[in-house]
Design a protein around this ligand. Structure first.
Ligand SMILES: Nc1ncnc2c1ncn2[C@@H]1O[C@H](COP(=O)(O)OP(=O)(O)OP(=O)(O)O)[C@@H](O)[C@H]1O
Ligand SMILES: [Mg+2]
Length: 256
């Protein structure tokens, strides 16, 4: 599914967060969104899901305008939002329950529990899981959703470095199989390079969204990733530039 955002503006009360943001994501494309903390990355995803309402602008999926909450998106918020009264299995099968495909989703979920390091916790409640396990459960729930566009807000942010690497490897393999369009918010430059077709840097107004940095990968693997120092440098300098400009104006609300 193709996603288009046209002139999206949003303010919290009188504080502008997004000003005429435009973005195109192609069908099946994997795009990462980076930027300093507080620049509005999560806000973009919340506007797409309909949790927040834009002041102006249009969101289009395959040319159709989306208003309010839509089934086109599977959303993984920055906090895991697991229901404490449901077991992990029931939590990850939530979309199956909503869409009436519970049996099919349940068998797929059970097959994926070991991969997500959740085997043996199918009938446990979220309160008995570690932060990383909860995040993996939330990610599994999103991956099991039928929606064609995945919106992932720092899905691996709370994971230790080894597990994070494993989940990135898994997502890289799944990318090809899932054939989903993905918009990933992350602070991790290597994660963005490893997984994406294109990287965008969001700056606070008035700068807005940068022109995208394409990731040219013939075959992705960790060795290839470690050789991407030029791209890493470019991402870093685009984020630093925003910070330097903000600091020059005396605004320290956007630490990296
Ligand atoms: N409910 C709210 N009410 C008022 N201001 C808010 C609210 N939620 C977020 N903000 C402000 O809007 C700005 C953008 O927030 P957002 O969560 O989109 O940032 P972000 O880029 O995702 O940051 P991070 O990388 O830290 O997650 C921040 O400056 C934040 O303080
Ligand atoms: Mg955020």
């Amino acid at each position: 599914m193709k996603l288009r955002i046209e002139n999206l503006s949003f303010s919290y009360e009188d504080r502008p967060i997004l000003d005429r943001l435009c973005l195109d994501v192609k069908d099946g494309e994997f795009v990462s969104l980076l930027g300093p903390s507080g620049c509005g990355k999560s806000t973009v995803l919340k506007l797409l899901t309909g949790i927040l309402t834009p002041r102006s602008g249009t969101i289009l999926v395959d040319g159709q305008a989306i208003n309010g909450v839509s089934e086109r998106f599977a959303y993984m918020p920055q906090n895991d939002l697991l229901f404490p009264w449901k077991t992990i299995l029931d939590n990850v099968c939530l979309y199956g329950q909503i869409h009436g495909s519970l049996r099919e989703i349940k068998s797929k979920a059970l097959a994926w529990f070991p991969l997500f390091g959740l085997e043996g916790y199918e009938h446990a409640y979220p309160s008995s899981l570690s932060g990383g396990m909860r995040q993996r459960a939330a990610f599994l729930r999103t991956a099991l959703c039928r929606a064609d566009i995945l919106l992932l807000d720092e899905p691996f942010g709370a994971l230790d470095v080894i597990t994070r690497g494993e989940m990135q490897d898994w997502l890289l393999r799944m990318r090809e199989q899932m054939k989903k369009t993905v918009l990933l918010v992350t602070h991790d430059m290597d994660e963005a390079i490893y997984l994406s077709d294109r990287i965008l840097i969001l700056n606070p107004p008035p700068d807005g969204l940068s022109a995208g940095l394409p990731v040219l990968a013939a075959g992705r693997n960790r060795e290839w990733l470690y050789s991407q120092s030029a791209l890493r440098g470019e991402i870093y300098s685009q984020i630093r530039r925003t910070q330097t400009a903000a600091a020059a104006k005396g605004d320290t609300s956007c630490p990296l």
